[in-house]
Design a protein around this ligand. Structure first.
Ligand SMILES: Cc1cc2nc3c(=O)[nH]c(=O)nc-3n(C[C@H](O)[C@H](O)[C@H](O)COP(=O)(O)OP(=O)(O)OC[C@H]3O[C@@H](n4cnc5c(N)ncnc54)[C@H](O)[C@@H]3O)c2cc1C
Length: 494
């Protein structure tokens, strides 16, 4: 049997993030640091740091960003000067999540820095472990290291997560231990990138789910107006108004599509790592590599839309802090920015991942989606027919746009529409997963079990096919019109 740890972990991670995204960020970053040390750390580093980090006694951070080095990490300037069996780290990092706190006895910072003779650009970046407190040979905590927070950012959201400006080496230099080899730091960060980007995508879903639950309760409670066409008699709760239904359905269908896609990718992550057959591992890894930017980009962008609908359903109260809806919108807003903005995800998808095998992995995915549509065609019922029609149209749009992107390659014009392409892939993959679940729901309904749950699945998938998947056509048009008008104005004309 294949291990399914990624898939199993995804469900509680989603729930923790729904409960409190700020707090859930701390284990998210810690697990990234654990991952890096496990993959490329020495035996001694593993023995010193991993037991306390995996038990939660110590937390971890990722120190990449500097004021001049955000999306473009080739501009990192932090210095690492060799000194015996360790290095001395000097420099400043900004926006460091959970950079300083007193929740645990120690914090293990992972830091990108350059050694004195390192080449320019990304080829000269190394990765270091910099503990807040040095660790004695017997495992006890020693002196405070020369690293500390110099200020806290005042943010739009995730207020319970301390985002710090970190100073390294204000005195003698912070003691740091090289992970793996010099100048391979960025490659090591990329090992963890899939997991971290996946988890930030999941944050979009988690906040979307929380926003939906709040909006659903409010819609069942708030009395306002009468049903369409009724002029007198009892007023009704707002869930009876068709437009509120539209918004609730959009939230519910988007969340279910995001969840199904994220969990399918989590399963691929497991198969890529643990499947006994090497060819299957390779195929699944290619699928993961292709879809991670989609999970990060589409889920985070959609999560913001869902949180915004939650505000709208609350009416004026949605704009008032005490309902909590403002927090959902503010918290979700960061998800399209950190761990690579949507623009960076789209450039990765359209510029790198799609072209890496001349589109073969994307075309295999499209063929699988077409097979699902064919399977639906063999089933009876109006719901499945509508879902099939929506999915067919969506996957045709994705196939057309993919051909256009491949022909245009990574030209500036293709990059200008790359976010449209990422969103198109997201809408269609989400619709694909809901179509699969509708197919299963139809089978289950034949046996009469949990009929209310499965009926809702069918209707939700139909709503998605009829109201959200048509966006695929509009996105195809934007893509195939190309980026000419996007790029036409001179800088002075803005
Ligand atoms: C709350 C918060 C927490 C964070 N936590 C951490 C952390 O723990 N550790 C850490 O190291 N960093 C962290 N960051 C930093 C975060 O990862 C960066 O802010 C992010 O990568 C964007 O970099 P930037 O802010 O410099 O924006 P810029 O790179 O300046 O981007 C500005 C705009 O230009 C676009 N852009 C830039 N380059 C390109 C390009 N090549 N192609 C297309 N578009 C482009 C971007 O998409 C964006 O719209 C955090 C940031 C915040 C706000």
């Amino acid at each position: 049997m294949c291990i399914r740890d990624r898939l199993l972990n995804t469900a509680p991670e989603e729930m923790w993030t729904s409960a409190n995204m700020s707090f859930a960020l701390c284990p998210l970053l810690t697990s990234g640091a654990i991952e890096a040390i496990s993959h490329v750390g020495s035996d001694q580093q593993k023995a010193t740091f991993l037991p306390k980090m995996t038990s939660g006694e110590w937390t971890g951070t990722m120190n990449l960003t500097e004021s001049q080095a955000g999306s473009d990490l080739s501009a990192v300037r932090a210095r690492a000067v060799p000194e015996g069996d360790h290095y001395r780290i000097f420099g400043q990092k900004i926006f460091i999540t959970w950079g300083e706190h007193n929740m645990t006895a120690n914090t293990i910072h992972l830091v990108l820095a350059r050694t004195p003779d390192a080449p320019e650009g990304v080829k000269g970046i190394s990765l270091f472990i910099v503990p807040k407190f040095l660790v004695n040979p017997d495992g006890s905590l020693g002196a405070r290291n020369d690293v500390h927070a110099v200020s806290l950012e005042h943010k739009m959201g995730i207020h319970a997560s301390p985002t710090c400006v970190m100073a390294f080496g204000d005195k003698d230099g912070a003691v740091g231990y090289l992970i793996g080899q010099e100048n391979k730091g960025l490659a090591y960060m990329f090992i963890m990138m899939n997991e971290a980007r996946f988890k930030v995508g999941l944050q979009g879903l988690a906040i979307g789910e929380r926003a939906y639950q709040a909006a659903r309760e409010y819609a069942k409670d708030r009395v306002q107006g009468r049903p369409v066409g009724v002029k007198s008699g009892d007023r009704v709760t707002i869930i009876h108004h068709p437009d509120v239904r539209r918004m609730l359905m959009a939230m519910k269908a988007s969340n279910e599509a995001m969840r199904a896609l994220a969990y399918a990718v989590a399963q691929s992550l497991d198969l890529a790592r643990h499947h006994p057959d090497a060819a299957t591992r390779r195929r699944q890894q290619a699928r993961v590599d292709l879809l991670i930017p989609v999970v990060k980009g589409w889920l985070s962008e959609t999560g913001i839309e869902v949180a915004s609908l939650g505000v709208q359903i609350h009416g004026g109260m949605g704009f008032i802090e005490e309902t909590g809806t403002c927090q959902h919108l503010r918290d979700s807003r960061i998800t399209t920015i950190y761990e690579g903005t949507t623009g960076i995800q789209a450039a990765d998808l359209a510029g790198r991942k799609l072209n890496m095998d001349q589109g073969a992995t994307m075309r295999a995915l499209i063929a699988e989606i077409e097979t699902t549509a064919d399977e639906l065609g063999r089933q009876p019922g109006d719901d499945l027919a509508a879902i099939r029609a929506g999915l067919r149209a969506g996957v045709t749009a994705l196939a057309d746009a993919t051909d256009w992107m491949l022909e245009t390659r990574a030209a500036e014009e293709a990059m200008a529409v790359s976010v449209d392409y990422l969103m198109l892939a997201g809408f269609v993959c989400g619709g694909w997963q809901l179509a699969r679940s509708a197919n299963i729901a139809q089978q289950k309904l034949k046996h009469g079990r949990d009929s209310s749950f499965y009926e809702a699945k069918l209707v939700t998938a139909r709503f998605y096919a009829e109201h959200l998947l048509p966006k695929a056509d509009a996105l195809r048009a934007s893509i195939k019109n190309g980026g000419v008008s996007i790029l036409a104005l001179t800088e002075d004309q803005f």
